[in-house]
Design a protein. Sequence first.
Length: 185
Amino acid sequence: MTGMVLDGVLMLLLVCALGYGVRLERKLTTLRAGQLAFANAVVELNQAAGRAEQALANLRASGQETDLLHDRIVKAREVKAQLEQLIARGPVVAPAPVLAAPEPAPRPASAPAPAPVTDHDGERALRMAALAQRIQGMAAPAAAQRPASGRDNVAAIVNALSANHPAKESLNRARRTLDEDLFAA
């Protein structure tokens, strides 16, 4: 009879162990599923960190480019100021009258004034024409002048620059220092 009681106790313990094993298997399955989800989350986090690193590198590069452009703008303004000083030191010559250009017809008093030119190319062309007239006025007497065309403007500017050697040397020095400063970084 003791054998049967011990067999019964052993069977009861085996059934309990079997139930505990089933519960443990369920918990392990849940743990494995959680582990897979955690591994996926780690992979996604790693990808997000890689994207953030790339975005940060792009941002740093953009910042460096911005700093470089800012430095170039500052140096260009300095060169512009130097050029303006050089131009201001030069002799002031009244522009020679252009003989080929007809005078505009008088406008009635009620006509509105024309709007100022806002086109940068138009303003630049006007400034270049005025500069060419000043240069031509210094190079030839006013009576011998003919109307200035685009090629004549360029030729006059080149002649004036080659005639004024010290100013050219100064501009070349300023250009070299600007180039050195710009490309040193």
